[in-house]
Design a protein around this ligand. Structure first.
Ligand SMILES: CCCCC/C=C\C/C=C\C/C=C\C/C=C\CCCC(=O)SCCNC(=O)CCNC(=O)[C@H](O)C(C)(C)COP(=O)(O)OP(=O)(O)OC[C@H]1O[C@@H](n2cnc3c(N)ncnc32)[C@H](O)[C@@H]1OP(=O)(O)O
Length: 158
């Protein structure tokens, strides 16, 4: 069983975990045993209905935290499908605890689940399939410099 370990952001401007993105969620994700987790509070930047978190912001938080299970799978991968079940409206400025874990794996696919709780109650739950890619995926489709930074973060954190 691994202990509690803070994990580095995917990129400084990541909308989920980037520390330099003023409109991001600023997720601080930790590895704990066989899962990852983050504690957050949605605010006005993430508002949908008055006083409530936007479903897309909740989905983005799930997607990003699920992405951190790649530290457990030890492979780069990208989201192929993401399903969120919104069980209760999430008020702004309310502490939400989100956990994610890798539940199954094939040669190319990772099956990941996430759960968002307020207190002892589940407010949303998500399931995703991530497809494994090699790092050339990010070089081919993304930004060279940012990809180099991602690789550096990965090896520094190991
Ligand atoms: C050096 C080690 C590094 C370790 C890394 C550790 C940590 C990494 C840290 C950070 C990672 C970096 C970034 C994470 C960032 C943010 C987290 C949020 C995640 C995102 O925000 S990410 C953005 C949104 N995302 C996309 O931008 C994807 C766009 N998309 C594509 O780029 C293609 O779609 C691609 C490449 C995914 C696949 O394309 P493709 O053509 O290669 O693949 P294909 O369609 O053939 O499927 C391949 C195999 O997956 C199976 N498969 C497919 N779907 C399935 C399903 N639903 N259920 C079960 N299996 C399924 C098939 O059945 C087949 O399996 P088989 O090969 O066995 O037949």
């Amino acid at each position: 069983m691994r202990g509690d370990k803070p994990l580095p952001a995917h990129a400084p401007w990541c909308m989920g975990c980037g520390e330099d993105n003023p409109n991001g969620l600023h997720l601080e994700v930790h590895l704990h045993g066989d899962h990852v987790y983050a504690d957050l509070q949605f605010d006005e930047r993430h508002s949908g209905a008055p006083g409530l978190a936007h479903g897309g912001a909740i989905s983005a938080a799930c997607d990003d935290i699920m992405g951190f299970t790649l530290w457990i799978a030890e492979t780069p991968a990208v989201t192929r499908t993401l399903t969120v079940e919104y069980r209760r409206p999430v008020p702004l400025h309310t502490p939400v605890h989100i956990t994610a874990s890798l539940v199954d794996e094939t040669d190319r696919a990772l099956f990941i689940e996430a759960n968002g709780t307020v207190g002892d109650t589940t407010y949303f739950a998500a399931e995703a399939v991530f497809v494994k890619v090699d790092l050339s995926h990010f070089l081919r489709h993304g930004d060279w410099g940012a990809t180099a930074d991602l690789i550096t973060r990965f090896f520094q954190a190991d």
